[in-house]
Design a protein around this ligand. Structure first.
Ligand code: AMP
Ligand code: ZN
Length: 146
């Protein structure tokens, strides 16, 4: 538990939350300021700040929790779609520095905007950048077959 981390306090039960799922590794709660009703956030119980700090064991499990909760949200709300959102760093919109994944139910004609203007690459830029990033992958078995 990290001092002054609001999500650690929620996990410890020191701050109340509307909890919809809990196991030994994760707690899933309703976001207090929802983008839409049913907006939930998945919190790993072990504090880590962001994706870069998330341990492999948690990373392996978290998408299974996301899929399970997404299915339950869809079953309950009959939403037309759902966004997973995960912010890392202040510039990316992270406001609570304990890793979490948002599940946001979406509806046809809802007014939520999760979009960006489309950029473009020149020439071989994308291929070269892919190669540069691939070269930085630490474990060779994660490297794309290029
Ligand atoms: P992010 O901006 O990705 O860091 O998301 C943090 C989210 O935590 C926001 O959507 C907040 O509404 C939500 N949040 C902050 N405090 C609480 C709380 N006490 N209970 C539930 N959700 C919270
Ligand atoms: Zn924490």
């Amino acid at each position: 538990m990290q001092n002054n981390c609001i999500f650690c306090k929620i996990i410890a039960g020191e701050i109340p939350s509307a909890t919809l799922y809990e196991d030994e590794d994760f707690k899933v709660i309703m976001d207090i300021f929802p983008a839409a009703k049913g907006h939930a956030i998945i919190l790993p119980k072990k504090h880590c700040e962001n994706l870069y700090e998330l341990e492999d064991a948690s990373a392996e499990k978290v998408m299974k929790v996301a899929r399970m909760v997404a299915a339950a949200i869809k079953a309950e709300l009959n939403c037309d779609g759902l966004n997973l959102l995960q912010n890392n760093g202040e510039v990316a919109g992270q406001t609570v520095f304990h890793f979490h994944i948002h599940l946001i139910p979406r509806y046809r004609n809802d007014s939520l905007k999760m979009t960006w203007s489309q950029g473009k690459y020149e020439g071989q830029e994308a291929v070269e950048l892919a190669k540069a990033i691939a070269d930085r992958l630490i474990e060779s078995d994660r490297k794309a077959n290029i």
